[in-house]
Design a protein around this ligand. Structure first.
Ligand code: C2E
Ligand code: CA
Ligand code: CA
Length: 531
């Protein structure tokens, strides 16, 4: 499997997982966000309600203290005690009113006191001068801690729960504090330290552990909190609801990714990428003059070199390339490669030729000729040094083929008919075509020395080629016997594993130099017309 293919699969898997996870994560986040908004709103309500309740309670107690403070009745007289009792009864939040002289309790709304009760120490002062003791445990309360609000000689006891006397939902905690952060009362056990730090801060938001909202009025602050972990647990139902939506869009995303990557992985798409990235290299198979052993040229055979280095044989992609027209840019890349690979070798040995395979479309249109002309001129390679191979597949439009081949020869190229004998057309039919050489297909070469029906055809083909004045090139020579036989029949050139397999340019250059050393160099290329 190629690198590109595995990369595409990796990307597809990655995107697939992402596509699956993203909607679920997004849905969860949305659910969390909505839940946070809702809780926050509720906390604001609770804090507002608490502060209303607390200031109301404070105001009632203060009003009672103001009324009793204004009286001129004799302290602790029956009328004085009666007034204190009426005020206590009429003010729901006040449990008891007490009268002090020199710091000692003299009488309360319930009558004269007998023991010695001192004033409790003040925890803080309100803005309007009321002294507040948060935790007082007078005998009357039966041990419950109460709050004392003091003004002048009077003291009103208030049950602190009255300050936070609101109905709250599960998980919400509230605290009432003054602006210094002194906590007056709490409900549902909020984190006291957290509350103290929230008193001075923003009116709502989120800490590491809690959601909160605060409300402030007349020097008091109500703080409502809810733990973030509780918001998250309440979320599960919403998450479950979002799950199907996430799942559906995950399936959709994965489907799209698979569809896209399959398209990308299709052979045609891969071939298109290969053409765009110029992934084609050319190997060269030497062509030998059978009589002398001289290397007179080579056939350029294209290979697709994948990014991971593997080479793909032309049989596997040329048919698809021909079908889709991609063959034309591939031919262009072959021409470019031939020139850059062998420019100096071809200048050095003017008798050397390179045979390039043309596709049917190129034979029909002849488009390739102009491209070749400019490129060869720039590189100082002679047109005679480039042979063009055409197969019968290119002769369907015989007139167009005739014109292209004639033009090619006119410019100096030699034209060879490739795979000769494998098609339907007879030599008669091809006779009228302008050409220089016949390439005898490997299937005929294979019959040499064997007693088969076609083995008798091979000498005839060679004979006819000679009568027409054509060079012959035998393809796929694998044994010495075949070579000797073909030479005896008068075949000019041979190509096959007996001599060399197709090889990269560097190897061919070395091969050419060595055979040159051994057998010498051919005279200048001979054209058919000069034969
Ligand atoms: P072809 O033009 O008939 O090329 C000869 C094929 O026979 C080559 O296969 C070559 O490697 C193989 N061959 C040579 N000597 C021997 C031998 O002794 N024994 C055996 N068993 N095989 C031998 P290759 O390179 O795979 O090319 C296959 C075909 O692909 C070519 O057949 C040609 O039709 C096409 N092709 C190759 N390069 C190009 C190109 O640049 N353009 C076009 N249009 N077609 C090309
Ligand atoms: Ca060929
Ligand atoms: Ca051939």
């Amino acid at each position: 499997m190629g690198k590109r293919r595995s990369r595409i699969i990796t990307i597809a898997v990655f995107l697939g997982i992402l596509g699956a996870a993203l909607p679920i994560v997004a849905a969860s986040y949305l659910a969390w966000f909505i839940a946070v908004q809702r809780v926050q709103k509720r906390l604001e309500q609770v804090a507002g309600l608490t502060i209303m309740r607390a200031t109301g309670t404070f105001a009632d107690a203060k009003a009672a203290l103001a009324k009793v403070g204004a009286t001129s009745l004799a302290p602790c007289s029956d009328a004085h005690v009666a007034l204190m009792r009426t005020l206590t009864v009429d003010t729901p939040s006040v449990e008891e009113i007490g009268y002090f002289e020199e710091g000692l309790l003299k009488c309360t709304s319930w009558g004269r006191t007998t023991g010695e009760f001192a004033e409790s120490p003040t925890d803080f002062h309100t803005e309007d001068g009321i002294e507040v003791s948060i935790h007082v445990k007078p005998a009357i309360s039966g041990g419950r801690p109460v709050m004392a609000l003091r003004s002048g000689a009077y003291n009103a006891l208030v049950v602190p729960s009255r300050f936070v006397d609101v109905l709250i939902d599960d998980g919400i905690s509230i605290a009432l504090a003054n602006e210094d952060g002194t906590i007056i009362q709490t409900l549902n056990a909020p984190d006291r330290e957290a509350v103290s730090s929230l008193v001075a801060g923003r009116s709502k938001g989120m800490t590491d552990s809690d959601l909160f909202a605060t409300a402030r009025r007349e020097g008091m602050v109500a703080v409502a909190t809810k733990q973030r972990s509780e918001v998250a647990t309440g979320l599960n139902s919403e998450r479950m609801l979002m799950l199907p939506i996430g799942l559906v869009s995950a399936i959709f995303t994965v489907g799209v990714v698979i569809w896209l990557s399959r398209r990308r992985l299709s052979p045609l798409a891969e071939l298109e990428i290969a053409v765009r990235k110029c992934e084609f290299v050319v190997h060269y198979q030497p062509i030998i003059a059978l009589k002398s052993g001289i290397c007179v040229g080579a056939e350029a055979l294209v290979r697709w070199q994948r990014p991971d280095g593997t080479l793909i044989k032309p049989d596997l992609f040329i048919p698809l390339a021909e079908e889709t027209g991609l063959i034309m840019p591939i031919t262009d890349q072959v021409i470019k490669a031939v020139i850059s690979d062998l420019n100096s070798t071809l200048i050095d040995d003017r008798s050397l030729h390179i045979a390039i395979n043309l596709c049917a479309a190129d034979i029909k249109s002849g488009r390739i000729l102009d491209i070749l002309e400019t490129k060869l001129r720039q590189a100082d390679i002679r047109p005679e040094q480039i042979w063009l191979e055409a197969t019968e597949r290119g002769f369907i439009d015989i007139e167009a083929a005739r014109s292209t081949l004639a033009r090619a020869r006119g410019r100096g190229h030699s034209v060879a008919i490739d795979d000769f004998g494998t098609g339907y057309s007879s030599l008669q039919y091809l006779q009228g075509l302008p050409m220089d050489a016949l390439k005898i297909d490997k299937s005929f070469v294979d019959t040499i020395g064997k007693d088969t029906a076609t083995s008798s055809v091979t000498p005839h083909i060679i004979e006819m080629a000679k009568t027409l004045g054509l060079f012959t090139v035998a393809e796929g020579i694998e044994t010495k016997e075949q070579a000797d036989h073909l030479q005896a029949l008068g075949v000019d050139f041979g190509q096959g594993w007996l001599y060399a397999k197709p090889m990269p340019a560097e190897d061919f250059i070395v091969y050419h130099r060595q055979t040159q050393h051994k057998y010498g160099r051919a005279p200048e290329i001979i054209r058919v017309s000069e034969r």
